[in-house]
Design a protein around this ligand. Structure first.
Ligand SMILES: [Cu+2]
Length: 195
């Protein structure tokens, strides 16, 4: 998996700059740090020490035995109506599970898709049965393969923002997640989606 450009950016900037700059999307870490700023600098320093090493992979979500790693998508040009979302799914349980759907605040519909090359042509198809995750297994949804398709975008996605949604697993249930929006055309499929 490629290292996330946003994660690199986060690591490069000074933690205090981030804390002192109100961002439109306030992360849990920021809120905790702000609350604790009142309780003393040493505590704040401790918090930063704890929070920062996790910055590169703090962007994880879990429900039951399912762990969702690093949801990301791409910025879209003005008129675009679709975007692809990418995640890794880990099933730490003893039973198989299945990603069967989801919702996005920025899109009126979400589908699960697979992109594959057949006879030299890149094709995309919907996976009506979802994406199965074997017990103890791991599935990578990434450009050129499985993806979460955001359909009928209500607005363009802007680089650097986070967009929220939910994913639904057959066994584990529903989980709220956030997708980081990467640069337009960040490592993916040449030509984008043929929708
Ligand atoms: Cu698609």
């Amino acid at each position: 998996m490629t290292r996330h450009p946003l994660a690199a950016g986060l690591m490069a900037s000074h933690p205090l700059d981030r804390l002192n700059t109100p961002s439109p999307a306030i992360s849990g870490t920021d809120v905790i740090a702000r609350v604790n700023r009142r309780t003393g600098l040493s505590l704040l320093a401790t918090l930063i020490t704890i929070a920062l090493p996790g910055a590169a992979n703090a962007h994880d979500f879990s429900i039951g035995d399912i762990r969702i790693g690093h949801p990301w998508t791409r910025a879209t040009p003005g008129g675009a109506k679709v975007a692809g979302g990418y995640i890794t799914i880990e099933n730490t349980g003893a039973k198989p599970d299945r990603l069967i759907g989801g919702t996005m605040e920025v899109a009126s519909r979400v589908e699960l898709h697979e992109m594959s090359v057949t006879d030299g042509i890149m094709r995309m198809r919907e996976l009506p049965a979802g994406v199965s995750v074997p017990a103890g297994g791991r599935v990578e949804m990434k450009p050129g393969g499985y993806h979460i398709m955001f359909l009928d975008l209500r607005r363009p996605l802007k680089q650097g923002e986070k967009v929220t949604g939910t994913l639904v697993f057959e066994n584990a249930g529903r989980v709220d997640i956030e997708f980081q929006v990467d640069a337009m055309g960040s490592p993916g499929v040449p030509g984008g989606h043929p929708h």
